[in-house]
Write a protein that binds this ligand. Structure first.
Ligand code: PBG
Ligand code: ZN
Length: 324
């Protein structure tokens, strides 16, 4: 099969032909939309570095959740901005914490919408780290207790899927154990299995008000150059009975998505993070790129790399394009 008898261009000649030989697709069902729920009333504050994305109070979140569901997007993932932060991040596991109240409000407004909750401490601690601080670093095993309490509290509020993003060792097992012990054995865990210590989270930290007040997250999040270690992280999560694996960020880590797809047989999630969104928005705003086309190309690229699902701030725009 070689030129000139074989010509690769033959199957690219018309739109119909291109559609027939297309290998990968972005579907509405692939999309998960992140939302930032802020304490208070009547708040809807656009995040300057993330045009179209807001910190908003519960009534606005519930309204947007309805819009998201009506667009055909099956799920949202929630992040909370509590009224007060403290060293132990107590709002995270309070029955009346910001996320617990938001989940209940969404479930009342749109019961069919699947609600995923991000489980971590950094949005709730005054120091902004993802766990309890001991001797200047995050203490792994103490943090597990708080994460388990947070996960249980989210499940009690009605969360459909629990998504731990803290990168503590053993957290999937700790969460599975507390959920099972409390009659929540049917609640899946979507683990941020391979989460790198990334500069691409910059805009998110403004949105969630979760920048560490000292140091950085390199003692718990992964070092960007590492690939084999990603397989070890994912393998631990599989052994601890995670139901979904995730790679985060996505764009600079498409090779890792492919690796996980080939090594494991769990549904795989890509997190198209805040900095990836902001770059597209900023360049499009300047007229330097066609924002819609770059967005769709990026998202289908993640599917092609191996993602089954994509968490993306573009979800609503992408859904509108998919619906035509
Ligand atoms: C919390 C968390 C972060 C993100 C998701 N969950 C930030 C961080 O680890 O600093 C980043 C998401 C994004 O950038 O869109 N641990
Ligand atoms: Zn965190």
């Amino acid at each position: 099969m070689f030129f000139p008898e074989y010509r690769a261009r033959r199957t690219r000649r018309t739109d119909t032909l291109r559609r027939m030989v297309r290998e990968n697709f972005l579907r509405l069902e692939d999309l998960i939309y992140p939302m930032f729920s802020a304490f208070g009333e009547n708040i809807k504050k656009e995040i300057p570095s993330m045009p179209g994305i807001y910190q908003q109070s519960i009534e606005h979140i519930a309204a947007e959740a309805k819009e998201v569901y009506e667009l055909g997007i099956p799920a949202v993932i929630l992040f909370g901005i509590p009224e007060t932060k403290d060293p132990l991040g107590q709002d995270a596991y309070s029955p009346d914490g910001i996320i617990q109240r938001t989940v209940r409000a969404i479930k009342q407004e749109v019961p069919e919408l699947l609600v995923i909750t991000d489980v971590c401490m950094c949005e709730y601690t005054d120091h902004g780290h993802c766990g309890v601080i001991k001797n200047g670093d995050v203490d792994n095993d103490e943090t597990l207790k708080l994460l388990a309490a947070e996960a249980l509290s989210h499940a009690r509020a009605g969360a459909d899927i629990i998504a731990p993003s803290d990168m503590m060792d053993g957290r999937v097992a700790a969460i599975r154990e507390i959920l099972d012990a409390n009659d929540f054995s049917n609640i899946p865990i979507m683990s941020y299995s391979v989460k790198y210590s990334s500069a691409y989270y910059g805009p998110f930290r403004d949105a969630a008000d979760s920048t560490p007040q000292f140091g950085d997250r390199r003692s718990y999040q992964m070092d960007p150059p590492n690939r084999i270690e990603a397989l070890r992280e994912a393998e631990l999560d599989v052994q601890e009975c995670a139901d979904f694996l995730m790679v985060k960020p996505a764009l600079a880590y498409l090779d890792i998505l492919r690796d996980l797809k080939e090594h494991f047989n769990l549904p795989l999630v890509a997190y198209n993070v805040s900095g990836e969104y902001s770059m597209v928005k900023a360049a499009a705003e300047r007229g330097w790129i066609d924002g819609d086309r770059v967005m769709m190309e990026t998202l289908v690229g993640m599917k092609r790399a191996g993602a089954d699902l994509i968490i993306t701030y573009h979800a609503k725009e992408a859904a509108r394009l998919l619906r035509g």
